[in-house]
Structure formats: structure tokens, C-alpha cells
Design a binder for this molecule. Structure first.
Ligand SMILES: NC(=O)C1=CN([C@@H]2O[C@H](COP(=O)(O)OP(=O)(O)OC[C@H]3O[C@@H](n4cnc5c(N)ncnc54)[C@H](OP(=O)(O)O)[C@@H]3O)[C@@H](O)[C@H]2O)C=CC1
Ligand SMILES: O=C(O)CCC(=O)C(=O)O
Length: 421
């Protein structure tokens, strides 16, 4: 195994680039196209002055990176977190390009982020910061240019502010500029749950593929935000047993299964999963190494590394978060024969329903939740099998297969459009 410092191992842009290089080389991609696809097309940095509630002024740094617009407008979430960096947003933008191509929806890839701690900011401060960030990005975003959506630390309310600010500047109500909005202002039914729902579909398919059954299937989820809580709730409703939840501030374990609806209610009231009486409090890091059939990291990057992978006791690693696994960890996962459903496939349900939202906004005609979910389920199941077929045909692991499938599609369009003239 390569020797890397922890900083090198956990740099998300390097992690993305390493997988890109392996996949592009396996595809025999020519050097020129490889250079085109390796770098983002545009990186925007903005400095956002915000009047704080105490009368002071703070200046926040924000980014929007557009990695590719070959297959359609840029698409991807906006993250509010203290550890946002340009390298992270770059990596997240490129993962969006590959993700949209894996599920074959007509978008490129983009991502945004602001270095801030949303947990320590009031609603007023968040609103002012979001509106000024949007104003700074006016010429770069739009339904045909780049369409933001929620990610860590942002939500439907954030999208409503972006949509309104954009509409104020263009002097017309423009719903299709963002997705993940509240349903009453052009959001899609099913978007809130879509990433979790997509994860449940690929878990179903992985079990079928491995000849395992839902009955008795133990699941541990890290992160109980939008992705983790919805994945846990939907899997529980399908009959999976959610035995562990690891959050930022603690872990919970119950070998008989955690009542997810009760935990959601507890979290709403207490503001934390801690203190939930129907499960045992356990160490949040160790919980990832408990025996289970499926482990779902759904919080943040770099949680499965060379330092803990040898201790994992799951059969399936289903990546709800973006970039939860380092390249060094990939090698150990392969040795342990853990079946990996890679992030750019596993968590693609969110952007797939975002695509449906964009389509509905542009038509001005809205589908029922059943219509949305049926379309989502079909795309997720088909994409799972496309990736597996690629892995088999090229004798590579699932992650490299997903990258190869995606890079092949983006490279084809890039060449066809002649995007290097
Ligand atoms: N939202 C979406 O549709 C999509 C999101 N993703 C990815 O899924 C992941 C989660 O996003 P999302 O659910 O939207 O974000 P949220 O902000 O809704 O939730 C993130 C959750 O993870 C917790 N958390 C953060 N860091 C850690 C940690 N180190 N250990 C344990 N828990 C932690 C947070 O706790 P606390 O609240 O205390 O900070 C929070 O509960 C991200 O990687 C995101 O990029 C991928 C596809 C689509
Ligand atoms: O819904 C979207 O457009 C993007 C969601 C996202 O940020 C992601 O898939 O990582």
C-alpha cells in the first residue's frame, strides 16, 4: 500500500483525481480529453459581508465551482460548514459531474459552499448571507447555466431564499433556478426523502445481487441529517433493522432495532439524538466497526480511512455521503471483500429527483409523489445494474466501474461538442 500522510489521504480533490486517473487510464482515454475532464471549467470565490445580529459585520468566504457543463447545466448542492475549502468544493463539483452521468440525467456538475457555522447563526444572519452569496453569483447561475440545491447545512428554506433573490434580480419569478425548494413554491414531491430513498433502492438491489434477504438485515447509519434520517426511516419501513445511528455528538445502539420515527421526534424536541431512552449510548467512532450487514456513512468525507477499515465488520458499504472513503481504504475494502456501492451511484437519488423538479418547474406541471418515486426507483435500480455490468465487463471494482461509465459518457459528449476548440 502507498504511504500517505493523513492530510494527503484525506484531501478530497486528490481522492477524486486518483480514482479519475485509474478509470480514465482503463478507458484508454486520450491525453487531451483527460486533461479537459480533470480540471473544473470555472471556479468562483466570493467574499460576503453580512450584518450580524449583534451589530458587527462579518465577511464570509464562499465558492461555486462548475466542473463540467458538457451534458447540461451545472448541478449540485450548496454546503454551509466551518471546514469548507476550495479543494473540497472542487471535489464535490466533479463528483456531481460523474454522478449525473452515472444516472444518465442531462446535467453537468457543480457545487457551492460557504465557510461558516450554520449552527451558530440566527435565521436572519443565514438569510442575509444566502441572499448576498446569491447576488454575487447572479451571472453564473440560472436554469440553463447552473442549478444549486441543498447539501450539508442548507435546506428547503435556503433554496427559497436563493430562488427569491434570483427572481428579484431578474424581475420575474424563476422557480427552476434551484431545486430542493419547498413544494408550494415549485419544489418536487419526494425531493426531501429522495437521497434516502435512492439509498434504500440500491440496498435492495445489493441484497438481491448477493443472495441476502431484508429479513434480519442489520444496518448502521452515520449522520442523522437529511440523507441519514430519511435512509434510516425508509429502510426501516421496508423491514431492515436499524441497529445503530452515529451522529456528530454521540452514537446509539439497539440490537433489536431502533424506532426511527421515535428518534426523529426525540431529536426534534431535544436537538440531539443523545438521551434517547430506547437505545444504548455508545462511542460514535466504534459504532462504525460493529457487526452489521450494511454500513451507511451519510455524514461527511473521510470517515472510512486506512486507520479504521480493517476493523469494519459490514458486508456492504453503501455510501450515502460524498467521498466518505479514502483511496487507501478502497484497497483494504477490496481485500476484505466488502461490497461497495460507491457514492456517485448510492446517493444519486437526490439529484435525480432534483432533475424531476427542474423538469416540472419548466413545464409548470407537477407530478404526484407516486409518479416521482416510481421514476426514481427505476433510474436507481437500472443504474445499479449498469455499474455492476461495467464492473464485470472490465474486471474492476464497483467504484472504478461507476467512474468509467460516467467518464465514458462525459468524454463522448465533450468530443462530440468539440469542447476544446
Ligand atoms: N442532501 C442531499 O440531497 C444530498 C446529500 N449528500 C451528501 O450526504 C451527506 C449528508 O448530507 P445531508 O444529510 O444533506 O446534510 P445534513 O446537514 O442534513 O446532515 C448531516 C448530518 O451529519 C452529521 N454529522 C456531521 N459530521 C459528522 C461526523 N463527523 N460524524 C457523525 N455525524 C456527523 C450532522 O450533525 P450536526 O447536525 O450535529 O452537524 C448532521 O446530522 C453529505 O456528504 C452530502 O454531501 C449526497 C447526495 C444528496
Ligand atoms: O440535488 C442536487 O442537485 C444535488 C444534490 C447534491 O449536492 C449531491 O448529490 O451531492
Amino acid at each position: 500500500m502507498q504511504t500517505l500522510t493523513i492530510e494527503q489521504e484525506t484531501n478530497p480533490w486528490e481522492a477524486q483525481a486518483a480514482r479519475f486517473d485509474i478509470a480514465a487510464t482503463k478507458l484508454n482515454l486520450d491525453d487531451g480529453i483527460m486533461k479537459v475532464l480533470r480540471s473544473p471549467v470555472r471556479e468562483i470565490t466570493v467574499y460576503i459581508p453580512v450584518g450580524m445580529d449583534d451589530g458587527s459585520i462579518e465577511v464570509f468566504t464562499g465558492y461555486r465551482v462548475q466542473h463540467s457543463i458538457a451534458r447540461g447545466p451545472g448541478k449540485g448542492g450548496v454546503r454551509y460548514a466551518p471546514n469548507v475549502s476550495l479543494d473540497e468544493v472542487r471535489a464535490l463539483a466533479s463528483w456531481m459531474t460523474w454522478k449525473c452521468a452515472v444516472v444518465n440525467i442531462p446535467f453537468g456538475g457543480a457545487k457551492g459552499g460557504i465557510i461558516c457555522d450554520p449552527r451558530k447563526m440566527s435565521q436572519g444572519e443565514l438569510e442575509r448571507m444566502t441572499r448576498r452569496y446569491t447576488a454575487e453569483l447572479m451571472e453564473f447561475i440560472g436554469p440553463e447555466k447552473d442549478v444549486p440545491a441543498p447539501d450539508m447545512g442548507t435546506n428547503e428554506q435556503t433554496m427559497a431564499w436563493i430562488m427569491d433573490t434570483y427572481s428579484m434580480h431578474t424581475r420575474q419569478t424563476c422557480t427552476a433556478v434551484v431545486t430542493g425548494k419547498p413544494v408550494n413554491i415549485g419544489g418536487s414531491r419526494g425531493r426531501r426523502e429522495a437521497t434516502g430513498r435512492g439509498i434504500s433502492v440500491v440496498c435492495d438491489e445489493a441484497l438481491k445481487h448477493l443472495g441476502m434477504s431484508v429479513e434480519g438485515c442489520r444496518v448502521i447509519v452515520q449522520g442523522f441529517g437529511n440523507v441519514g434520517s430519511n435512509a434510516a426511516a425508509i429502510l426501516a419501513a421496508k423491514g431492515y433493522k436499524i441497529i445503530g445511528i452515529a451522529e456528530y455528538d454521540g452514537g446509539l445502539y439497539n440490537a433489536n432495532g431502533i424506532d426511527i420515527a421515535a428518534l426523529v421526534e426525540h431529536r426534534q424536541q431535544a436537538g440531539t439524538i443523545n438521551g434517547f431512552a430506547e437505545a444504548e449510548a455508545v462511542d460514535k467512532e466504534e459504532l462504525l466497526t460493529y457487526a452489521c450487514e450494511i454500513l451507511i456513512p451519510a455524514a461527511t468525507e473521510n470517515v472510512i480511512t486506512s486507520r479504521n477499515t480493517d476493523k469494519l465488520r459490514c458486508r456492504i458499504l453503501c455510501e450515502g455521503a460524498n467521498g466518505p472513503t479514502t483511496t487507501l481504504a478502497d484497497e483494504i475494502l477490496a481485500d476484505k471483500r466488502i461490497f461497495v456501492v460507491p457514492d456517485i451511484l448510492a446517493n444519486a437519488g437526490g439529484v435525480t429527483t432534483s432533475y424531476f423538479e427542474w423538469v416540472q418547474d419548466r413545464m409548470g406541471y407537477f407530478w404526484t409523489e407516486t409518479e416521482v418515486n416510481q421514476r426514481l426507483d427505476r433510474i436507481m435500480a437500472d443504474s445499479f445494474h449498469d455499474v455492476l455490468a461495467y464492473a464485470k465487463a472490465h474486471n474492476v471494482n464497483n467504484r472504478i466501474a461507476a467512474y468509467m461509465l460516467a467518464i465514458d459518457r462525459v468524454a463522448y459528449t465533450t468530443k462530440q461538442r468539440g469542447m476544446y476548440a
